[in-house]
Design a protein around this ligand. Structure first.
Ligand code: ADP
Length: 342
């Protein structure tokens, strides 16, 4: 029903737009014709008067008279004015149409994202809660031996972590939306990456996470905690979207001593070209929430994007070969003393 109303509204929009453009064209042509008719009539009147007064005898003589020349000049001037105004009006109209269309598409997209977000957040909140409840009910119903309790408790703890991550992400993205500024301190990026890959490797024993860093990486000034969150999000996405047991590679390099490149590569489905820019938008997830299987809220890459741009850097996604995605963070190198490295 809502879709039908949207389609009708769109149709109405195009009908009104087409009418406006046609009306503009029609009135412009009409104005041109009327202006020419008025000029011809005035010239004719002038000629009759001059012939009656005996000032001119032939058409050639009349065309040379200053009165006729002034009249023609006025006519040409009016013609240019009509053309200029018509053109200006047409351009303004087209800009207006384009802006309305863009605004309408933005509203539709926001509505779709909000719906997707609500669906995914409901799922992301409900499923760990249900799982924790099940564990608690099982433990409450009958006393279990210690060794059977442990996996259940571990599962409940994992689900609690998931809830915690979700709430943290929501809070962080709200903070990044406002006037968040990175706290720049000298940072051992290679050390952070090594700690992070070790931790995630332990949590995902079925995967291989490799880290490639140059021998001597300069110490750069960044917000270390924020950078760790960004890198964690990228590696966790690679682990989530690329199927086991495909490896995940983290590569850190410098570019002409001016930029630090942090790259996360995977061998999963990759990101379709038309989605490459949009996946960094808040709550944006590829596909539709009803058909999507991977868990998520569409906040991870938005957080990465906000953190990286607040550092004056860029983030982009490219295709990996033969398949998969490559997420590349590029940060300006701001050197700092090694003694205070975090
Ligand atoms: P979430 O993972 O919670 O959906 P993200 O903001 O982290 O949110 O990612 C946005 C979308 O980008 C995801 O829904 C997914 O479709 C796509 N995406 C992110 N990382 C990858 C990846 N490594 N490979 C393929 N698609 C990815």
């Amino acid at each position: 029903m809502k879709r039908l109303a949207q389609k009708r509204l769109r149709l109405l929009y195009w009908i009104v737009t087409a009418y406006l453009l046609l009306a503009l064209g029609w009135w412009s042509v009409l104005l041109f014709v009327k202006n020419r008719d008025a000029f011809l009539a005035k010239a004719e009147l002038l000629k009759i008067g001059m012939v009656a007064e005996g000032l001119v005898h032939t058409d050639e003589e009349f065309l040379q008279t200053p009165q006729y020349q002034t009249l023609e000049k006025q006519y040409r001037h009016q013609e240019v004015m009509i053309f200029g105004e018509g053109l200006f009006f047409m351009i303004t109209l087209l800009i207006g149409i384009w802006m309305i269309n863009r605004g309408y598409n933005d509203v539709l997209r926001t509505a779709r994202q909000q719906r997707n977000f609500l669906l995914s957040i409901t799922h992301e909140l409900k499923s760990p809660l249900a799982s924790i409840r099940l564990v608690l009910e099982t433990l409450q119903r009958r006393p279990l031996p210690h060794e059977r309790q442990q996996p259940l408790l571990a599962q409940a703890l994992t689900e609690t972590d998931r809830l915690n991550d979700l709430v943290n992400n929501l809070l962080l993205s709200a903070r990044l939306d406002t006037s968040w500024q990175p706290v720049l301190v000298p940072c051992d990026v290679a050390g952070i990456a090594a700690r992070l890959t070790d931790e995630l490797q332990q949590r995902h024993p079925d995967r291989v996470i490799t880290l490639d860093t140059p021998e001597a990486l300069p110490v750069i000034r960044t917000d270390c905690d924020a950078l760790e969150i960004a890198l964690r999000n990228l590696i966790e996405n690679a682990l989530k979207y690329a199927p086991a047991p495909s490896p995940v590679e983290v590569v850190i390099a410098t570019e002409e001593g001016k930029h630090l490149l942090i790259e996360v590569r995977d061998h999963g489905p990759g990101v379709p070209d038309k989605e490459k820019d949009r996946i960094f938008e808040k709550f944006y997830r590829v596909g539709n929430e009803d058909t999507r299987t991977a868990k998520g809220t569409g906040l991870g890459l938005y957080i990465v994007h906000q953190i990286v741009t607040a550092h004056g850097g860029t983030i982009e996604v490219r295709d990996n070969q033969p398949r998969g995605a490559r997420f590349i963070i590029k940060l300006p190198i701001r050197p700092g003393p090694i003694s205070q490295t975090k």
